[in-house]
Design a protein around this ligand. Structure first.
Ligand code: ADP
Ligand code: MG
Length: 495
């Protein structure tokens, strides 16, 4: 879509400050971010003892109040949907059957699932910390009929079931923006920044799981990367857990360390060094490169076999794949899981067109669509963590090259969402002030958190829990903050 023609949204606050005012405000905001732990470890000139502020936008970004509320309200239903999908063995098996023939990574995950399924799972309870990511859209046919709003609806980008980050960076962005608005004298406007208790709610979910396990001597294990850049986001979860319950200790280990130290006790307890682990929280393990060798896969299976409550358990991980997302968009599938037609219809409304690339009539049609109008789609493999998708002409070239290859079924094609544009300043470490004070055309992606605990029969906890907003240049395809493209943001609700 032509960026210049896309509709825009405005913040009801003037962004026009004098150069001096702007420079002062930016300096102050950077220091606020640094001093409140709104930080990342630097990728360039990495040093374990150094933090840089996370990129952020100076002002909160406008977001329609009604759509924000609708997204929060729907989360509990999305949690239920994913929970039921995760507990439907036949559905997961049929859905991923063709994918795992060509996608080694998904195959490895699926093998773990098959193994524990055949053996009978030791721990039936799962903890889901989910994040449903969405964008407002301007391109669906409804917009043309009703141009009163800059957007027509909102659409789900994906739902994350593993390592759903920003439980800290989300809420702290709201705090930063409150500070900035106050600095500028906009106290009356503060009520438009919705409360964000993501950190408290996600951590209370982990503590709830720890309680359910029922042994006060146990610890929560964070499975982390070899090098953690998004360290504040992870550590603040740890600190919050201690704050909520001083008896709960958190330990951090990467998969390679666990491969050496983790073992199963006589009753399948997960034992790491001298600790019994009751809850395993993965902030890693969603990318092939995070499994350095077969050892890491062996320990993932060992953890899955254990009595510890996993966040996510393997079936939840699989339920978050793009292939499952695409299959859920097929007629009648959501209704099968949610039973109630009205609720199913509400969920279906947020799905974009999603197309398989199977070797059949529909798959062939999708390949042709992607080749003839690549700018209308995003092409996605079964991966998480950003920077894996293809856009624009790359889609065309790629589809031409894999048209007759079996590997094409590992990908799905998705309608491209075109969010409305708004203006703001992006503040990044290493950027010169002259660059920062250039106002930019930006687009945002909202993430709504959900916590769910349950087993194949019962759901014990199911709640919506806070949000996060990421903003990127309207010209960029992707916007992960940890990958360096996006900036932390918070919504300013507009009517
Ligand atoms: P990942 O699991 O790697 O995070 P996503 O599906 O979330 O993969 O895609 C990564 C990013 O690509 C999103 O954060 C968003 O910026 C962009 N993106 C993904 N799907 C779409 C889409 N359908 N339309 C527009 N942008 C998209
Ligand atoms: Mg994503």
């Amino acid at each position: 879509m032509d960026e210049t023609k896309r509709s825009t949204m405005e913040l009801p606050i003037s962004l026009d400050l004098s150069k001096k005012e702007l420079e002062d405000l930016i300096e102050k905001a950077k220091d606020w971010a640094l001093m409140h732990g709104m930080c990342l470890r630097p990728r360039k000139d990495f040093d374990i003892n150094t933090l840089q502020f996370a990129p952020f936008v100076l002002f909160p970004s406008p977001f329609p109040r009604e759509e924000f509320q609708n997204a929060c309200d729907l989360q509990v239903t999305l949690n239920t949907l994913i929970h039921r999908v995760a507990h439907d063995y036949d559905f997961l098996k049929n859905t991923l059957e063709e994918t795992i023939k060509v996608d080694k990574f998904t195959k490895k995950l699926f093998e773990i699932y098959e193994t524990v399924h055949e053996e009978g799972v030791a721990q039936k309870i799962s903890l889901g910390i989910l994040r449903s990511d969405l964008m407002l859209d301007t391109s669906c046919p409804k917009t043309n009929m009703k141009q009163l709003k800059p957007h027509c609806c909102w659409k789900q980008v994906e739902i994350n079931t593993i390592a759903s980050g920003f439980g800290w960076l989300g809420p702290v962005s709201t705090q930063l923006h409150k500070f900035i608005l106050q600095e500028l004298g906009y106290t009356a406007e503060l009520s438009n920044l919705p409360e964000n208790n993501a950190l408290q709610i996600l951590c209370s979910g982990m503590i709830e799981a720890w309680n359910l396990y029922g042994n006060s001597q146990t610890v929560i294990l964070f499975v982390v990367e070899n090098v953690t850049y998004n360290i504040c986001d992870q550590r603040f979860h740890e600190f919050e857990i201690r704050k909520q319950n001083p008896n709960v200790k958190v330990i951090r280990r990467n998969l390679t360390q666990l491969a050496v130290t983790a073992k199963l006790g006589p009753n399948k307890e997960l034992i790491v060094d001298d600790y019994i682990v009751s809850v395993v929280y993965y902030r890693c393990g969603y990318e092939p490169s995070q499994y350095d060798s077969n050892k890491e896969w062996v320990v993932r299976l060992l953890i899955e076999r254990s009595l510890a409550i996993k966040c996510p358990s393997i079936q939840y991980h699989l339920a978050g794949t793009k292939k499952v997302q695409q299959t859920l968009a097929k007629p009648g599938i959501v209704a099968r899981f949610l039973k109630d037609e009205t609720t199913a219809a509400k969920v279906k409304e947020i799905f974009t067109g999603l197309y398989p690339l199977d070797f059949d009539k529909y798959g062939d049609e999708a390949v042709e669509m992607g080749i003839s109008e690549p700018e209308c789609f995003v092409l996605k493999p079964q991966r998480e963590g950003g920077c894996n998708n293809l856009y624009g002409d790359t889609i065309k070239n790629f589809l031409r090259s894999v048209k007759s290859e079996k590997t094409r079924v590992a990908w799905i094609l998705m309608d491209r969402i075109n969010p409305p544009i708004h203006k703001n300043y992006i503040v990044r470490p290493g950027f010169k002030i002259e660059e920062t004070i250039n106002i930019k055309d930006l687009v945002s992606e909202l993430g709504i958190f959900g916590v769910i605990i349950g087993d194949d029969k019962n759901i014990i906890v199911n709640k919506q829990g806070g949000h996060m907003l990421r903003t990127k240049s309207a010209l960029d395809n992707e916007g992960g903050v940890a990958t360096g493209l996006g900036a932390c943001d918070s919504p300013f609700l507009i009517d």
